[in-house]
Unconditional design. Structure first.
Length: 223
């Protein structure tokens, strides 16, 4: 394909980046011919930084790369849409998407969903950073150093403590134990390289299921 066709009106064209697994719009950047060419060649997003006047490989320093799954162009051939697999946050602020602020009165359900997901996303991002850039004295780094068996043991312990707290009926204690369990499960996800988006997408799919109660068969105690 002749890439010059996309740059007849301007040497820079907007590129919208959308997360393939969730459909969330992550960011908008600009591409010149060379960055589009590199995106097609490498399968990862490249942009042109207008402030620096140079090519920009997304995630080159942070590790928060975008693996391109699908690439589209619009009817006027002057805008790119990239559907990507996002590693870590897309925004330099640490937010998953650059579009995390809404105009007053126009938040809708999207804001509530975003706010609900942000703490877990931030936790996942921090755990990822600890794995990529270990810090002395970090408990998360200690878990990664000890390996899978230690992480699994802690997940089991926190699960048991959550059950005990719930049986004791103290709501505050139960909430704290659930948080401990979620933290250790997040460490496990990062250790196993399971993206948070994948888990959230599965949860979303399951939330839409209706009437999925499995039939309960009577037990034969003689076998």
């Amino acid at each position: 394909m002749n890439l010059d066709r996309f740059f007849q009106k301007s040497p820079l064209i907007p590129a919208i980046v959308q997360e393939e697994s969730t459909g969330q719009v992550l960011m908008l950047a600009y591409m010149n011919r060379e960055s589009l060419e590199k995106t097609l060649e490498t399968g990862e997003t490249w942009f042109y930084s207008r402030s620096r006047g140079a090519l920009w490989h997304k995630g080159e320093t942070s590790g928060h790369r975008q693996k391109v799954q699908q690439l589209f162009y619009d009817c006027d051939e002057d805008t790119i849409l990239a559907l990507v697999e996002q590693t870590g946050p897309a925004c330099h602020t640490g937010a998953h998407s650059c579009f995390y602020r809404a105009f007053p009165g126009y938040e809708g359900g999207a804001k509530r969903q975003m706010l609900a997901n942000q703490p877990l996303q931030r936790l996942y991002q921090v755990v990822q950073q600890r794995k990529s850039h270990p810090q002395e004295g970090s408990y998360t780094c200690y878990l990664f150093e000890q390996g899978l068996d230690k992480i699994l043991k802690k997940c089991g312990e926190e699960c048991a403590e959550t059950i005990i707290a719930a049986k004791n009926g103290v709501q505050e204690d139960t909430a704290n134990e659930i948080c401990d369990l979620l933290y250790h499960l997040t460490v496990l996800m990062v250790q196993q390289q399971i993206p948070l988006e994948e888990v959230l997408a599965i949860l979303d799919q399951r939330s839409q299921k209706i009437g999925n109660l499995k039939p309960i068969h009577p037990s034969d105690h003689n076998t």
